[in-house]
Design a protein around this ligand. Structure first.
Ligand code: M6R
Length: 617
């Protein structure tokens, strides 16, 4: 939520800021704004709506050349998405200070009352403007920006990344971080700040992740990090492995279309170097976890939100089957509010693409407080979740820009299989040969994903055909159930229509009442080739809904000779063991939702009301 970028150095600052905001726009797109300090002092432009509105505003009212500045793209919390509430906010009567903020200042009301009593004038309804006035006032009193900045951030409660520049100090960007993301990009004679590395990956791969309750004093030739109480910090540098081109559309109609097509690579990269040719999983990352714990685990709890939680549901099937550990999957925001049972032998696995989802961070902090070890499955280097966990399995999906998660999901599912196999190996819960055969099967998935991607046109055609549908239902069993849930989420999120995923076996317990003449139902049909296949049961479910007028679209495995007779349309996926099929079956659903949304004239990359990274609870 909210994208933040800061720059100091010789480049044309406005270009750096707008380029960074373009790459961070997925974090929020209600409004955008920039401030720079140039020959005429502090200049600010801001505009409600998408970044293009700001670009047009700057074209109409050009800004001076500058070598320092800050930029913001907003997902509104306090105050509607208007020009006035857009960031930056100016502070103090002289309006020489400019501030941008991501997060929520929880004690803003009392701080605002204090400022109002002194006669401060507010130009917005935001909580953020309070911080701008406080820092400006403190600077007037102390004459020292770092001191003024530290004094104020120490008074703020809640979650915030704050960046500030001041006309009287045109060589420094101040930044602070509490419970919201902030990374530094290190350049030669220039430095950057961003909500994530996408903000500056075009210019530098050297980065520092700013820790909790830390302040950054950023100049062109120096970076100083201190704690909120003034102690110097020696931060650890890391190398960004994302490619700048991966964060651009590169000729595709949308980021989502590109990211769907990126999936063979995302799955292959997530597997790379982690399974040897015999099928043995080697995940050195997990060595941070105590072996004794792994051997004695009594349960594993997966915490995640949205699509990442469906990846968790799929991991549950694999972990329970191969490692024989009881797994529960919990929505992060529900988890800690119900006094969950956590023993010293509980492992919490947190799944998050961004690694900044506040609900998931709070769930993992809670679990750690209760004594659990936390293993993260995360796509973003330097993210808070990765820093705060005992061990991390990175997914290597590259930057995911479209709000709807696609390649991050298939990479998360892949990481879940790796973890399940590793736990199985360590605990010897299945014969080694069986586990290795599964590992070899997993290695075949990138090629199968490629085939699905090459054959997406029928799914897209159906998306166009159903553009006027008012409701679409999704059914699945076993690992097909989370796939059905994900198909429904994609459609809600992208096409704004009613969509629900059900366990096919649950139909007769209520949902079948929804079926009426012409109701589109997408059914994930399991492979018929396995001894304990659930395919016959799903075919029965299809017959039940067809008898009541449903129009059935089946996602089925090639070679399933029965399914065509029972469905209006079949979207074929390559053969694989059932447990691995979600990686394949989910992709036509992504393409279906994307195309249906596009046919309705909607923006698939930036659906209404959403933001990519949900950094508030
Ligand atoms: O960054 P995270 O993986 O923690 O995000 C979790 C959810 O917010 C995310 O998966 C969301 O549901 C997607 N927009 C779905 O497409």
């Amino acid at each position: 939520m909210c994208g933040i970028v800061g720059y100091v150095g010789p480049k044309a600052t406005l270009d750096v800021l707008l380029g960074g905001l373009r790459r961070l726009e997925y974090r929020g797109y209600d409004s955008a704004g920039v401030s720079v300090i140039g020959a005429h002092g502090l200049e600010t432009r801001k505009k409600a709506g998408k970044l293009d509105n700001l670009v047009a505003e700057i074209a109409a009212h050009p800004m001076s050349e500058s070598h320092i500045g800050i930029g913001h793209t907003r997902w509104a919390t306090h105050g509607a998405p208007t020009d006035g509430n857009a960031h930056p906010h100016l502070g103090g009567p002289t309006q020489k200070l400019s501030l941008i903020h991501n997060g929520i200042i929880e004690n803003f009301a009392e701080l605002k009352a204090e400022l109002l009593a002194e006669g401060a004038k507010f130009a917005s309804e935001t909580d953020s403007e309070v911080a701008a006035h406080l820092i400006a006032r403190e600077y007037e009193a102390t004459g020292d920006l770092p001191t003024a900045f530290a004094n104020v951030v120490n008074r703020l409660h809640g979650a915030f990344t704050i960046l500030v520049i001041h006309e009287d100090q045109p060589d420094v960007v101040m930044a602070a971080r509490r419970n919201a993301p902030l990374v530094i990009g290190l350049g030669e004679g220039e430095n950057f700040l961003g909500s994530d590395v996408a903000a500056f990956v075009e210019f530098t791969k050297r980065a520092i992740s700013v820790g909790q309750d830390q302040i950054v004093i950023l100049r062109a030739d120096s970076v100083e990090v201190r704690t909120f109480d003034g102690h110097p910090v020696t931060p650890e540098e890391f190398t960004v492995d994302w490619d700048a081109s991966a964060a651009s559309k590169g000729g595709w109609s949308s980021f989502m279309a590109k990211e769907i097509a990126d999936q063979p690579q995302a799955v292959a990269d997530t597997l790379m170097g982690r399974i040897d040719s015999d099928g043995l999983v080697r995940l050195t990352e997990v060595e941070g976890l105590d072996l004794g714990l792994v051997m004695n685990l009594d349960r594993l709890i997966i915490v995640a939100c949205g699509t990442a939680a469906y990846a968790g549901d799929i991991a549950k099937y694999a972990i329970e089957k191969w490692a024989r550990i009881p797994v529960s999957v919990e929505l992060s925001h529900e988890f800690r509010y119900r006094d969950p049972i956590i023993t010293p032998n509980t492992l919490v696995v947190a799944i998050s693409q961004s690694g900044e989802t506040m609900d998931t961070l709070m769930a993992t902090r809670y679990a750690k407080e209760k004594g659990a070890k936390v293993l993260a499955i995360c796509n973003t280097q330097g993210a808070t979740l990765a820093r705060e966990s005992d061990a991390v399995i990175y997914t290597h999906a590259g930057p995911e820009v479209a709000v709807a998660s696609t390649k991050a999901l298939t990479a998360q599912i892949t990481a879940g299989y790796l973890l399940a196999l590793l736990l199985g190996q360590m605990r010897q819960s299945l014969p080694a040969a069986e586990l290795m055969a599964l590992g070899q099967e997993l290695l075949k998935m990138p090629a199968r994903v490629t085939r699905v991607i090459e054959e997406l046109e029928p799914a897209k055609e159906l998306g166009r055909e159903f553009a006027n549908a008012k409701s679409v239902l999704f059914l699945g069993r076993n690992v097909g159930f989370p796939v059905a849930m994900e198909g429904a989420l994609k459609l809600k999120e992208l096409a704004y229509i009613h969509a629900e995923g059900f366990a096919a076996g649950e139909l007769k317990h209520g949902p079948i009442a929804l079926i009426e003449e012409g109701q589109p139902v997408i059914v994930i049909v399991p492979s018929p080739r396995e001894a304990d296949s659930l395919q016959p049961k799903v075919i029965s479910n299809i017959q039940e809904i067809r008898a009541r007028g449903a129009k059935v679209i089946a996602i089925a495995e090639e070679g399933d000779t029965q399914v065509e007779a029972y469905s209006e349309h079949v979207l074929w996926i390559p053969q694989s063991q059932s447990i691995f099929s979600p990686i394949l079956a989910v992709i036509p659903l992504q393409a279906f939702a994307m195309e249906l949304s596009t046919a309705k004239g909607l923006d698939v990359d930036q659906p209404r009301n959403l933001a990519k990274s949900v950094t508030v609870e």
